[in-house]
Design a protein around this ligand. Sequence first.
Ligand code: SF4
Length: 136
Amino acid sequence: MLEFKTTGKSMKDFDTAALKEQSEWLLRTKSYCAVFGVRTAVFLVYFLFQRDFRSFAVVYDNADLKEGLAEAKVRGGQLWDAFESRTLPSMDTRMSDMDCYWCPHIKTHCPTQEAAVEAMKKEWASRRKPRKKTTR
Ligand code: SF4
């Protein structure tokens, strides 16, 4: 299966080891692979600041696929219940607070999540390196 991702991380620091730290990406693709009956996930990663792509392949073993299938069943059940009851899914169906960043429901349904999003923005800002001045 092919998974497109974007990241604000630097391309020069991103390798297979760095990919393996993206536990949410891995868990999600383990689930997709388990459901579709394949073992290989290819990540096509777009590096936002370098404006370039790099691809990585991960081959999951039986234990990974078992974990992925269990996750797919739990999350699928939660999402289906929410769909049938016409309610928003519970917070534990999200992968992380990052999902709230773009969510159109944050102000109306989850104002308590605004603090988490603000904290995330501050953390990103604190990690941002100052741009080098270029002379022309
Ligand atoms: S703001 Fe609320 S509804 Fe939106 S992703 Fe976050 S927890 Fe879910």
